[in-house]
Design a protein around this ligand. Structure first.
Ligand SMILES: O=C1O[C@H](COP(=O)(O)O)[C@@H](O)[C@H](O)[C@H]1O
Length: 241
């Protein structure tokens, strides 16, 4: 496990942006496209904004990046809860990327189950049979230890057949749609971005506690043969000492 602790969310976002630029350019020396799954929530916003500015913007070969989304709140893209809306507003509207390079969940005029099947078929078209799947999956971790839309106590944590699934999340009064853990664990690299003191208890359990993914779903993320990276700020890392 690779853990990098940065001073604060600004330092974390800058450190990760540098790491990401170097990694993507390295990958693109060996292949034609770079495939990345973004995460939702609030933590990646500053990272996105940095990537859309210099010095990072001009160091990235945007025409070769293909964007996927790890999970989504099943709401219209105009809804402020939409992970896709956040990604467009903070990054994709500001960089030279074509629509064909963006592969997000369909959340309108379709049932969640059908949308899951459509997204699974899309992922299979790109990644079935590849030794490693996505080049990078960026993940966040909620205060409760969830990642993607794998929430504590939900059966979807253990799903191994489906690549993508959806379910009704009573606590949030909405459907969620998400890549399942085998998709994340098949990526060449997975990077968690975790910031803020609210994450201290869950992060401590996820990294140092006994294995209990029903309680701390982030523990189920163990890429193989890929690599796992944690980018954490000092506030979140306080419980790891
Ligand atoms: O609901 C979600 O939350 C997690 C964590 O978000 P954060 O605000 O604590 O960074 C996020 O990774 C996930 O994509 C999102 O759907």
């Amino acid at each position: 496990m690779n853990i990098q602790v940065s001073k604060d969310i600004k330092g974390l976002s800058e450190d990760f942006a540098k790491w990401l630029v170097a990694y993507s350019n390295d990958v693109l020396e060996k292949q034609d496209i770079f495939t990345i799954a973004l995460s939702g929530g609030s933590t990646p916003k500053l990272l996105h904004e940095l990537l859309a500015q210099e010095p990072y913007k001009s160091q990235i070969d945007w025409s070769k990046w293909h964007f996927f989304m790890g999970d989504e709140r099943f709401v219209p893209i105009t809804d402020d809860r939409s992970n896709a809306k956040m990604a467009y507003e903070t990054l994709l509207n500001h960089v030279p990327v074509k629509t064909e390079q963006i592969h997000f969940y369909i959340t309108e005029n379709i049932k969640p189950e059908e949308s899951s099947k459509v997204y699974e078929a899309l992922l299979k078209e790109y990644f079935a049979g590849k030794e490693t799947g996505l080049d990078l999956v960026i993940l966040g971790m909620g205060d409760d230890g969830h990642t993607l839309s794998l929430f504590p106590g939900q059966p979807i944590i253990h799903e191994t057949e489906k690549w993508v699934d959806s379910f009704w999340l009573e606590a949030q009064d909405m459907y969620r749609i998400t890549m399942t853990h085998p998709v994340a664990n098949h990526a060449a690299r997975v990077a968690f971005l975790v910031s803020g003191e609210k994450k201290i208890p869950a992060l401590k359990e996820v990294i140092k506690g006994a294995y209990n993914p029903d309680k701390y779903p982030s523990q189920i993320i163990q890429p193989n043969p890929g690599e796992l990276f944690w980018f954490i700020d000092e506030a979140a890392a306080a419980g790891l000492k």
